[in-house]
Write a protein that binds this ligand. Structure first.
Ligand SMILES: [Zn+2]
Length: 297
């Protein structure tokens, strides 16, 4: 063999071996899941997010670049509950060898019952109950430890620290909301993404759309919503960061009810926004809701 050929063979061999410090490659379908995964994975993972801040996962259409990312990943984290089914198709189409991990596995589904003409799917927005985020953490920790046993202790330590923060968050949310009488714990928002929040924290939400942002409110359901807002003496309407605001603006105009801010339902904000992490997102939503309730909702 010539020296040149030997060098080429050596280079090929070396590139086929994982470097000692190579990190577990993880792709998460959307920003909230990615933040949770990042807290469990810490420095041991190389994390990529497909649907970024303020973007809508329901209507996401993966690109060829997304397919290339998924083809190379070792772990593909999806929410499940039909929130991000496109990820399964993407994994198949890209012939990815990744283990696909459904973060919501083990969550008790809640039906999304606030839309008017949507299907029977469970509400996919399970993270809106912090106790479900704890289930996500457990699933993610197990998946990382199994894909990368060398770092299992680090994943366990990261998960334990994060779990404590989440438990404190859950207690804080309950405490903040339950100071209000049940009649005040009501809100109207753009799409039906708060069924888990509603059940966990005893706040009654209604929304003109179903559990997906893809649905368009029909004229009939819009009229029903306007009547409902008036009848229930609703005092606050909320926009959502990844949903079209026009419908809510129309309801606000026609009922004279104030728009009380933007809730973060399906996506984080950018880093300089009010909800750059999952914990900040939950705190921001609760602060907006309680501020409206305090004004006499
Ligand atoms: Zn949604």
């Amino acid at each position: 063999m010539t020296a040149r050929l030997i060098a080429a063979v050596m280079a090929a061999l070396l590139s086929a071996l994982p470097a000692a410090a190579e990190k577990l490659k993880v792709v998460a379908t959307f920003s909230i899941l990615s933040d949770i995964a990042g807290r469990v994975g810490g420095d041991a993972i190389d994390l990529t997010t497909l649907v970024g801040p303020d973007a809508d996962s329901h209507a996401f259409e993966p690109s060829a670049a997304d397919a290339r990312i998924v083809a190379k990943t070792q772990v593909l984290l999806v929410n499940g509950l039909a929130f991000d089914d496109w990820a399964h198709r993407l994994a198949r189409a890209s012939q990815s060898k990744a283990r696909v991990v459904v973060a919501s596995q083990g969550v008790q589904p809640v039906s999304g019952h606030h839309g008017h003409d949507h299907d029977d799917h469970a509400d996919p927005h399970a993270w809106q109950d912090v106790r479900n985020a704890l289930i996500y953490v457990a699933n993610i920790e197990r998946a990382f430890a199994s894909a990368d046993p060398a770092n299992a202790a680090a994943y366990a330590a990261n998960a334990a620290a994060y779990r404590q923060e989440l438990q404190a968050l859950n207690t804080g949310i309950r405490r903040a909301l339950l100071t209000f009488a049940p009649a005040r714990r009501k809100a109207v928002t753009t799409h039906g993404s708060f069924a888990y929040f509603e059940r966990a924290y005893d706040v009654e939400f209604s929304s003109p759309l179903g559990t997906s942002t893809e649905a368009q409110a029909s004229a009939k359901s819009l009229a029903a919503l306007i009547v409902g807002v008036r009848d229930a003496k609703i005092k606050a309407l909320f926009l959502e960061n990844a949903a079209d605001p026009r419908l809510m603006r129309q309801v606000a105009r026609e009922t004279g009810v104030e728009l009380a801010g933007t809730l973060y339902a399906d996506a984080l904000s950018t880093k300089d926004g009010p909800a750059p992490t999952y914990i900040a997102l939950m705190r921001h939503n609760v602060a907006l809701l309680t501020a409206a309730m305090a004004r006499g909702l």
